[in-house]
Design a protein around this ligand. Structure first.
Ligand SMILES: Cc1cc2nc3c(=O)[nH]c(=O)nc-3n(C[C@H](O)[C@H](O)[C@H](O)COP(=O)(O)O)c2cc1C
Length: 191
C-alpha cells in the first residue's frame, strides 16, 4: 500500500468559490494522487478547475470542523495556482492535475507539485492530534460503520485525548463527539 498523508485540500469552483476538506493524499513517486469520492464538492471542483492546494497543519480543529460543517477557515492566495491555501498552514504544496484515472465511485486525480513552501516550524508529534484525525475519519463514515465499532474505537482514542490533548485538540474532539450523538439521535427520531 502506498503512503497516505492526511492533509487539508483546498479547491475552487469555476466561479471562484473555495472549498476546504480533509483528504488523504496518496504518494505516487514525486506526485500526489487526490481521490475524492463521488459525489463531493472536491470532485466537482477538480473537474472545473484542475488545481488544488494541500495545506499541512497541526490545528486538528480544521479536520474536525470540516466534518461537522465548519468550512470557513481563513485562507490566503497561493503563489502559482488559482486556489488559495490555508492561512494557518505550517507548509503547503500547490498542485496541478496532470491526469485523471476515471472511476464512477472514486476517480483519481494525479497531481504534479508546482510549488511548495514552509511557513512555521513543525512542533513535534502529539498523540491527541492523531486521535482527533482518526476520530474524524470515523465520523466521515458514520453511515457505514456499526455503532459498536465506533464506540470501541472512540473509547480507545479518548485515552490519548485525556492524557495528551491541548485546548485545540479538546475542542476538536468535543465537536466530533457531539456529531456522533447528533447522528444517533437523528436515527432514533426517524426509526
Ligand atoms: C483525515 C481524513 C481523510 C479523508 N480522506 C478522504 C479522501 O481521500 N477522499 C474522500 O472522498 N474523502 C475523504 N475524507 C472525507 C472527506 O473529508 C469528506 O467526506 C468531505 O466532506 C468530502 O466531501 P466534500 O468535498 O463534498 O466536502 C477524509 C476525511 C478525513 C477526516
Amino acid at each position: 500500500m502506498p503512503m497516505i498523508r492526511e492533509t487539508i485540500v483546498t479547491t475552487a469552483s469555476h466561479d471562484g468559490r473555495v472549498h476546504i476538506a480533509p483528504l488523504g493524499l496518496i504518494a505516487d513517486g514525486a506526485k500526489w494522487i487526490i481521490a475524492p469520492f463521488s459525489p463531493s464538492t472536491t470532485l466537482d471542483n477538480l473537474r472545473a478547475v484542475p488545481f488544488a492546494v494541500a495545506s499541512h497543519t497541526d490545528d486538528v480543529r480544521v479536520f474536525a470542523g470540516c466534518l461537522i460543517g465548519r468550512h470557513d477557515w481563513p485562507t490566503v492566495p497561493s503563489n502559482h495556482v488559482p486556489v488559495p491555501r490555508l492561512a494557518g498552514a505550517l507548509a503547503h504544496e500547490e498542485l496541478a492535475v496532470v491526469r485523471v484515472t476515471e472511476d464512477a465511485q472514486r476517480p483519481r486525480f494525479h497531481c504534479r507539485v508546482v510549488h511548495r513552501c514552509s511557513h512555521a516550524a513543525f512542533a513535534g508529534f502529539n498523540r491527541a492530534q492523531a486521535a482527533v484525525i482518526e476520530a474524524a475519519i470515523l465520523v466521515s463514515r458514520l453511515h457505514m460503520l456499526p455503532a459498536e465499532k465506533i464506540d470501541s474505537e472512540m473509547r480507545y482514542l479518548a485515552i490519548a485525548i485525556e492524557k495528551t490533548a491541548g485546548p485545540h485538540e479538546r475542542e476538536a474532539w468535543s465537536w466530533l463527539v457531539e456529531r456522533i450523538e447528533q447522528f444517533r439521535s437523528g436515527k432514533r427520531e426517524t426509526a
